[in-house]
Design a protein around this ligand. Sequence first.
Ligand SMILES: C[S@@+](CC[C@H](N)C(=O)[O-])C[C@H]1O[C@@H](n2cnc3c(N)ncnc32)[C@H](O)[C@@H]1O
Length: 225
Amino acid sequence: MNPTLVTTADGSHSLYIAELSEHYHSVHGAIQESEHVFIGAGLEAVSSRIPYLHLLEMGFGTGLNAFLTYLACLNNPARHVYYTALEAYPIDTQTALQLNYTNRLNAHAHAPVFEAMHQCAWNSPVAVTPNFTLTKLCTTIQEATLPTNAFHLIYFDAFAPSAQPELWTATVFEKMYQALLPDGLLTTYCAKGEVKRTLRNVGFTVQSLPGPIGKREMTRAMKPA
Ligand SMILES: C[S@@+](CC[C@H](N)C(=O)[O-])C[C@H]1O[C@@H](n2cnc3c(N)ncnc32)[C@H](O)[C@@H]1O
């Protein structure tokens, strides 16, 4: 798969995969979508008092969610983030370095961190800063072996069910459920009824929340205590 760089409505870049007719983010704004779905409805819903935050991302892609998470945690220096990201088809470094996120976020001083997130080794933990440890696992979610009761939060950022139905199944969500700690949250931009039903069948408590610009709703699921 060979992604093309595109600019979304808020001026931030995304990637487009012609083979799947899929964008990595909303065309209404990549940054606005990620901030709304993953930071606002996910990270900010987890207690800021948790000192060691364990987070799992399905689909590292451009690294936007990891970078936004790093930036959001800068004002909480007592917190250490352990960020594990699954990615089956990593983008090349040349493409990653063209992405305009540090500019659009006015985070020029943190550009070395964004670059380190892309250039660091796969399949082992790397302290990209003293407070942010990134473990990028180059694997499919179907093949990944994940720890049980390990994560406070999951960013479920797969391509849409219409493009990759095999990633929105009870088997995959059961794996997410097992990986979450009790009270843990899973957030996704997807609001399809069938996806919510599957999440409920696996045992999650499911909430529909207002979506980002261009989308009426999104979904947040909680593993009951
Ligand atoms: C919607 S994009 C989101 C990427 C990322 N969160 C971002 O902000 O750029 C979905 C990502 O899932 C990855 N992916 C596709 N199939 C996968 C699979 N079976 N297992 C793991 N990752 C997969 C894609 O390569 C892509 O990077």
